[in-house]
Design a protein around this ligand. Structure first.
Ligand code: 77Q
Ligand code: MG
Length: 214
Protein backbone atom coordinates (compact mmCIF):
# COMPACT_ATOMS: atom_id res chain seq x y z
CA UNK A 1 0.00 0.00 0.00
CA UNK A 2 1.41 3.41 -0.92
CA UNK A 3 2.92 5.40 1.99
CA UNK A 4 1.15 8.51 3.21
CA UNK A 5 2.79 11.97 3.24
CA UNK A 6 2.82 11.78 7.04
CA UNK A 7 4.65 8.44 6.92
CA UNK A 8 7.18 9.99 4.53
CA UNK A 9 7.70 12.84 7.02
CA UNK A 10 8.30 10.27 9.78
CA UNK A 11 10.76 8.39 7.54
CA UNK A 12 12.69 11.61 6.93
CA UNK A 13 12.80 12.43 10.66
CA UNK A 14 13.78 8.88 11.57
CA UNK A 15 16.62 8.91 9.02
CA UNK A 16 17.91 12.51 9.37
CA UNK A 17 17.17 13.81 12.86
CA UNK A 18 19.45 13.43 15.89
CA UNK A 19 17.63 11.19 18.39
CA UNK A 20 16.75 13.09 21.57
CA UNK A 21 17.33 16.49 19.96
CA UNK A 22 13.99 18.34 19.50
CA UNK A 23 15.60 21.17 17.49
CA UNK A 24 16.96 18.71 14.93
CA UNK A 25 13.52 17.07 14.59
CA UNK A 26 11.90 20.48 14.00
CA UNK A 27 14.58 21.44 11.48
CA UNK A 28 14.15 18.15 9.65
CA UNK A 29 10.37 18.55 9.35
CA UNK A 30 10.68 22.19 8.24
CA UNK A 31 13.30 21.23 5.63
CA UNK A 32 11.22 18.34 4.31
CA UNK A 33 7.98 20.35 4.18
CA UNK A 34 9.53 23.40 2.52
CA UNK A 35 11.62 21.45 0.01
CA UNK A 36 9.75 18.21 -0.67
CA UNK A 37 6.06 18.16 0.36
CA UNK A 38 4.03 20.94 1.96
CA UNK A 39 2.29 19.90 5.19
CA UNK A 40 0.15 21.75 7.72
CA UNK A 41 2.70 22.03 10.54
CA UNK A 42 2.67 25.43 12.22
CA UNK A 43 6.16 25.85 10.72
CA UNK A 44 9.24 27.85 11.63
CA UNK A 45 7.91 31.41 11.22
CA UNK A 46 4.65 31.02 13.20
CA UNK A 47 6.58 28.55 15.38
CA UNK A 48 8.65 31.44 16.74
CA UNK A 49 5.43 33.23 17.78
CA UNK A 50 4.26 30.00 19.43
CA UNK A 51 7.61 29.72 21.25
CA UNK A 52 7.35 33.27 22.61
CA UNK A 53 3.78 32.83 23.84
CA UNK A 54 4.67 29.49 25.49
CA UNK A 55 7.63 31.18 27.21
CA UNK A 56 5.31 33.97 28.39
CA UNK A 57 2.75 31.45 29.69
CA UNK A 58 5.40 29.11 31.21
CA UNK A 59 2.58 26.55 31.59
CA UNK A 60 2.43 23.72 34.12
CA UNK A 61 -0.49 22.19 32.20
CA UNK A 62 -0.91 22.84 28.46
CA UNK A 63 -3.45 21.61 25.90
CA UNK A 64 -3.11 21.42 22.12
CA UNK A 65 -6.03 20.81 19.76
CA UNK A 66 -4.67 19.26 16.57
CA UNK A 67 -1.54 17.11 17.01
CA UNK A 68 -1.05 16.16 13.33
CA UNK A 69 2.59 14.91 13.13
CA UNK A 70 3.58 16.31 16.52
CA UNK A 71 5.56 19.33 15.25
CA UNK A 72 3.86 21.93 17.49
CA UNK A 73 3.71 19.46 20.38
CA UNK A 74 7.53 19.27 20.16
CA UNK A 75 7.77 23.09 19.94
CA UNK A 76 5.68 23.41 23.10
CA UNK A 77 7.04 20.43 25.08
CA UNK A 78 10.70 21.36 24.54
CA UNK A 79 10.03 24.62 26.45
CA UNK A 80 8.15 23.06 29.40
CA UNK A 81 9.70 23.14 32.88
CA UNK A 82 10.24 19.82 34.73
CA UNK A 83 6.92 18.18 35.80
CA UNK A 84 4.94 20.37 33.34
CA UNK A 85 2.80 18.43 30.86
CA UNK A 86 1.18 18.83 27.45
CA UNK A 87 -2.07 17.07 26.48
CA UNK A 88 -2.54 16.97 22.71
CA UNK A 89 -5.82 15.93 21.07
CA UNK A 90 -5.85 14.30 17.63
CA UNK A 91 -8.92 12.72 16.02
CA UNK A 92 -7.35 11.19 12.91
CA UNK A 93 -6.22 7.65 13.91
CA UNK A 94 -3.68 7.60 11.08
CA UNK A 95 -1.75 10.54 12.55
CA UNK A 96 -1.62 9.38 16.19
CA UNK A 97 1.06 6.66 15.86
CA UNK A 98 3.13 8.89 13.54
CA UNK A 99 3.02 11.80 16.00
CA UNK A 100 3.90 9.47 18.89
CA UNK A 101 6.94 8.16 17.02
CA UNK A 102 8.15 11.65 16.01
CA UNK A 103 7.71 12.93 19.61
CA UNK A 104 9.62 9.83 20.82
CA UNK A 105 12.49 10.60 18.42
CA UNK A 106 12.59 14.14 19.87
CA UNK A 107 12.92 12.56 23.35
CA UNK A 108 9.78 14.27 24.65
CA UNK A 109 7.41 11.32 25.18
CA UNK A 110 7.38 11.86 28.95
CA UNK A 111 6.08 15.41 28.57
CA UNK A 112 3.33 14.78 26.02
CA UNK A 113 0.13 12.72 26.23
CA UNK A 114 -1.72 12.30 22.94
CA UNK A 115 -5.48 11.81 23.39
CA UNK A 116 -7.31 10.33 20.41
CA UNK A 117 -10.75 11.72 19.64
CA UNK A 118 -12.74 14.90 19.07
CA UNK A 119 -11.94 17.88 21.29
CA UNK A 120 -15.62 18.31 22.13
CA UNK A 121 -15.71 14.78 23.56
CA UNK A 122 -12.34 14.86 25.36
CA UNK A 123 -12.40 18.39 26.86
CA UNK A 124 -15.24 17.45 29.29
CA UNK A 125 -13.13 14.47 30.49
CA UNK A 126 -9.90 16.35 31.21
CA UNK A 127 -10.65 17.02 34.88
CA UNK A 128 -12.19 13.66 35.79
CA UNK A 129 -10.23 11.26 33.58
CA UNK A 130 -6.87 13.07 33.20
CA UNK A 131 -6.67 14.79 36.59
CA UNK A 132 -6.36 18.28 35.04
CA UNK A 133 -7.19 21.20 37.32
CA UNK A 134 -6.99 24.24 35.02
CA UNK A 135 -5.12 24.89 31.77
CA UNK A 136 -2.35 27.52 31.70
CA UNK A 137 -1.94 27.42 27.91
CA UNK A 138 -4.09 26.18 25.00
CA UNK A 139 -2.95 26.00 21.35
CA UNK A 140 -5.88 25.83 18.90
CA UNK A 141 -4.94 24.26 15.56
CA UNK A 142 -7.79 21.87 14.76
CA UNK A 143 -10.97 22.38 12.69
CA UNK A 144 -11.22 26.17 12.35
CA UNK A 145 -15.01 26.19 12.81
CA UNK A 146 -14.49 24.40 16.16
CA UNK A 147 -12.19 27.05 17.65
CA UNK A 148 -15.09 29.10 19.08
CA UNK A 149 -17.36 26.28 20.32
CA UNK A 150 -14.41 24.44 21.90
CA UNK A 151 -13.23 27.65 23.60
CA UNK A 152 -16.74 28.06 25.06
CA UNK A 153 -16.58 24.40 26.14
CA UNK A 154 -13.22 24.96 27.90
CA UNK A 155 -14.77 27.86 29.85
CA UNK A 156 -17.95 25.91 30.67
CA UNK A 157 -15.87 22.97 31.96
CA UNK A 158 -14.03 25.30 34.35
CA UNK A 159 -10.72 24.61 32.63
CA UNK A 160 -9.74 28.29 32.23
CA UNK A 161 -8.44 30.41 35.09
CA UNK A 162 -7.56 34.11 35.39
CA UNK A 163 -4.53 34.48 33.09
CA UNK A 164 -4.98 31.30 31.01
CA UNK A 165 -3.47 31.98 27.59
CA UNK A 166 -5.05 30.75 24.34
CA UNK A 167 -3.17 30.92 21.03
CA UNK A 168 -4.97 30.17 17.76
CA UNK A 169 -3.31 29.31 14.43
CA UNK A 170 -4.66 30.16 10.94
CA UNK A 171 -6.63 33.26 11.79
CA UNK A 172 -6.30 34.46 8.17
CA UNK A 173 -5.68 31.29 6.17
CA UNK A 174 -7.68 29.03 6.14
CA UNK A 175 -9.30 31.54 8.53
CA UNK A 176 -11.38 31.33 11.71
CA UNK A 177 -13.87 34.20 11.35
CA UNK A 178 -16.41 32.97 13.91
CA UNK A 179 -13.64 32.51 16.49
CA UNK A 180 -12.25 36.00 15.83
CA UNK A 181 -15.74 37.52 16.14
CA UNK A 182 -16.42 35.60 19.35
CA UNK A 183 -13.11 36.16 21.12
CA UNK A 184 -12.70 39.85 20.24
CA UNK A 185 -16.23 40.73 21.38
CA UNK A 186 -16.11 38.65 24.56
CA UNK A 187 -15.24 41.00 27.43
CA UNK A 188 -13.45 38.30 29.45
CA UNK A 189 -10.69 37.87 26.83
CA UNK A 190 -7.81 40.26 26.14
CA UNK A 191 -6.75 39.70 22.48
CA UNK A 192 -3.51 40.30 20.57
CA UNK A 193 -3.01 39.65 16.84
CA UNK A 194 0.34 38.39 15.45
CA UNK A 195 0.62 38.82 11.67
CA UNK A 196 2.70 36.13 9.97
CA UNK A 197 2.57 33.81 6.95
CA UNK A 198 1.10 30.43 6.15
CA UNK A 199 3.65 27.71 6.92
CA UNK A 200 6.28 27.32 4.16
CA UNK A 201 4.36 29.75 1.86
CA UNK A 202 4.34 33.46 0.91
CA UNK A 203 0.64 33.60 1.85
CA UNK A 204 -0.55 35.91 4.65
CA UNK A 205 -1.66 34.30 7.87
CA UNK A 206 -1.85 35.33 11.54
CA UNK A 207 -2.11 33.97 15.06
CA UNK A 208 -4.39 35.39 17.75
CA UNK A 209 -3.55 35.32 21.45
CA UNK A 210 -6.43 35.59 23.93
CA UNK A 211 -5.80 35.94 27.67
CA UNK A 212 -8.73 34.85 29.84
CA UNK A 213 -9.49 37.52 32.43
CA UNK A 214 -11.59 35.26 34.69
O1 77Q B 1 -7.11 22.33 8.64
C1 77Q B 1 -6.10 22.60 9.27
N1 77Q B 1 -5.87 22.06 10.47
C2 77Q B 1 -6.86 21.15 11.06
C3 77Q B 1 -6.72 19.72 10.48
C4 77Q B 1 -7.84 18.82 10.92
C5 77Q B 1 -7.94 18.79 12.44
C6 77Q B 1 -8.84 17.67 12.91
N2 77Q B 1 -8.69 17.55 14.34
C7 77Q B 1 -7.53 17.36 14.97
C8 77Q B 1 -7.76 17.29 16.32
C9 77Q B 1 -9.13 17.46 16.53
C10 77Q B 1 -9.96 17.47 17.67
N3 77Q B 1 -11.28 17.64 17.54
C11 77Q B 1 -11.82 17.79 16.31
C12 77Q B 1 -11.07 17.79 15.13
C13 77Q B 1 -9.71 17.62 15.26
C14 77Q B 1 -5.05 23.46 8.65
C15 77Q B 1 -5.10 23.68 7.27
C16 77Q B 1 -4.11 24.46 6.63
C17 77Q B 1 -4.17 24.66 5.16
C18 77Q B 1 -4.70 23.68 4.34
C19 77Q B 1 -4.72 23.84 2.97
C20 77Q B 1 -4.20 25.01 2.41
F1 77Q B 1 -4.21 25.18 1.08
C21 77Q B 1 -3.68 25.99 3.23
C22 77Q B 1 -3.66 25.82 4.59
C23 77Q B 1 -3.08 25.05 7.39
C24 77Q B 1 -3.06 24.86 8.77
O2 77Q B 1 -2.08 25.42 9.54
C25 77Q B 1 -4.04 24.07 9.41
O3 77Q B 1 -3.96 23.93 10.76
MG1 MG C 1 -2.56 25.30 11.59
Amino acid sequence: MDQSKEQRILNSVSYNAVKGDPESVLDCIDKYCSQKEWAMNVGDEKGLILDNVVKEADPTTALELGTYCGYSAIRIARLLKPKAHLFSIEFNPEFVPIAKEIIEIAGLSDKVTILEGHAQDIIPQLKSKYDVDTLDFVFLDHWKERYAPDTILLEECGLLRKGSILLADNIIYPGAPEFLEYIRNHKRFECTNYPSHLEYMKVEDAMEKAVYLG
